[in-house]
Design a protein around this ligand. Structure first.
Ligand code: ADP
Length: 491
């Protein structure tokens, strides 16, 4: 059955102003699963207007009450977890165990940010004059625009939406054109949890709608997750009109395996981090930096495991790896096989499309003989492709890890505590794992990367509210008389 999706604006499910639509395709079966409105600038205008109107009331609702709505969001998500997971698998392809995890992240975040309703911590500090009081409080910013990708269609928006809402902002959300159905189902949860009309608005569509949101004069903050090219374009345009922008873009994450590593632990972690979500996580492992001594044994075990992975439709319980999200992604990943061979790398496992009647399936792939600086070692492929780089020492491993344009996640497998702590100190990524793959971030810690991965902001954790609040410094003089500090030349 093909679902009919609509925008959600001012508490109503509505068609696009233009009447234009687009199809959402199941990447495993190539069937159309939903038809959604193709939003453009006029739909974005309406959504921002609705958000702006709702903001006048929403900002005045006490934060603990706003938090209680988020608890209700968490409860409903829990209730609908299985249905949401199945819809997500149908729409973007990752296997059920992973789509359940995706919904679970939103549940965790809803509880975490619901609790923020009773914290929202600012601080007081002593002030210079008698009978005067000073405090810094977090203030909402107004209407925030969220632009998100398809690979974590519930989790990633939840990292943005939930802190934005609990802080008292109203939201216009433009999800990926590959996941309109799961986005609408997610928004329905907020409506059913009692979020007032206009506080959260959904406009489905492609880049045109995202671009309109990024420059809308009534949107104060843009939070973006997606490709580097699009992120930088959004950043440039939004910054040019004075907006605050949070960016989470590419990754080229590596696992380092030292000679003294626990082999079976490393093999499991690499297998999961490289091929989980078909390699389409921003934290996926796309490079294996391995010390010379352990390399033969490690590659043998990895190759054996990669060949055993059952590729197929993720809704079937025995399938371990789903398809790529669409034909464009499949063509991109396939094109890197020629790039690898031209540059002198060798396909150890996989290297081509999986043999299926339908769907955008690519085999788990391991490339051996990759050297630091080759294109497959530097560029984000976003598929189930692992490049293996041999190194002599810890210093060389860390140098290779740090020598890419991105800096999201990294990992080292070693039983040597000194090597582990050197790695913690010297790996220049936003997330570092010891004896664990590069994926699996938890929402109570900051998420984001250095260098080309972002622009210095972090999502989740103690920094979750930073993108969506401004500091307001308040001075209360209760002396009843004119007081001046001795050197009164402050701003
Ligand atoms: P992906 O390769 O993950 O689809 P994109 O960066 O193209 O990455 O997409 C991420 C999000 O950015 C999607 O919601 C997409 O529709 C949106 N988008 C694409 N182009 C633009 C643009 N020019 N301006 C704003 N948003 C855009």
């Amino acid at each position: 059955m093909v679902q009919q999706i609509r925008h959600f604006i001012g508490g109503e499910w509505v068609n696009s102003a233009s009447g234009e639509t687009f199809e959402s395709i199941n990447p495993a079966t190539e069937e159309v699963i939903a038809i959604a409105p193709k939003g453009d600038v006029s739909d974005i205008d309406k959504a921002v207007e609705a958000a702006k109107k709702a903001y006048t009331q929403w900002r005045l609702i006490p934060a603990p009450r706003r938090g209680e709505i988020l608890y209700e969001v968490a409860r409903i998500l829990q209730e609908r977890k299985e249905d949401l997971a199945r819809l997500m698998t149908q729409e973007m392809g990752k296997i059920l165990a992973e789509t359940r995890g995706d919904v679970q992240e939103a549940i965790d975040m809803a509880y975490y940010m619901g609790g923020e309703g009773r914290r929202m911590q600012g601080y007081t500090a002593p002030v210079e004059m008698p009978n005067k009081f000073g405090m810094a409080i977090r203030d909402s910013v107004g209407v925030v625009g969220l632009i998100t990708p398809w690979n974590f269609p519930v989790a990633v928006p939840s990292w943005k939406m939930l802190p934005a809402l609990v802080a008292g902002n109203c939201v216009v959300w433009k999800p990926s054109e590959d996941t309109p159905a799961i986005s609408a189902a997610f928004v329905q949860v907020f409506a059913d949890a009692g979020l007032p009309a206009g506080v959260l608005n959904l406009v489905t569509g492609a880049g045109e709608a995202g671009a309109a949101l990024a420059v809308h004069p009534n949107v104060r903050v843009i939070s973006f997750t997606g490709s580097t090219a699009t992120g930088l374009s959004v950043y440039t345009k939004a910054a040019a009109v004075g907006k605050k922008v949070t960016l989470e873009m590419g990754g080229k994450n590596a696992i380092i395996v030292m000679d003294d590593a626990n082999l079976s632990l490393a093999v499991d972690a690499i297998n999961w981090s490289a091929f989980g979500t078909t390699g389409q996580r921003c934290t996926a492992t796309s490079r294996l930096i391995v010390q010379k001594g352990i390399k033969p044994k490690l590659l043998e075990a990895l190759a054996e495991k990669a060949k055993m992975i059952k590729v197929g439709y993720g809704i079937q319980p025995d399938v371990q790896m789903g398809p790529l999200v669409n034909m464009k992604a499949l063509n991109k990943v396939a094109s890197y096989m020629d790039v690898a061979k031209t540059d002198g790398a060798r396909v150890l496992v996989g290297g081509g499309r999986a043999d299926m009647d339908k769907g955008f399936f690519f085999l788990p792939t391991i490339l051996d003989g990759v050297k630091q600086g080759m294109r497959v070692e530097q560029e984000e492929i976003f598929g189930p492709v692992l490049s293996v780089i041999e190194v002599e020492s810890l210093e060389e491993a860390i140098h290779v890890n740090n020598s890419t344009a991105y800096g999201l996640s990294s990992s080292i497998f070693t039983e040597n505590v000194n090597a582990a702590f050197r790695a913690i100190r010297d790996l220049t990524t936003g997330i570092v794992y010891i004896n664990h793959g590069t994926t699996g971030a938890e929402i109570q810690f900051p998420f984001g990367g250095t260098r080309g991965t972002g622009n210095g902001m972090r999502e989740a954790g103690a920094s979750a509210l930073d993108s969506f609040t401004e500091w307001k410094s308040v001075y209360v003089d209760f002396s009843g008389q004119l007081q001046r500090a001795q050197i009164d030349n402050r701003e």
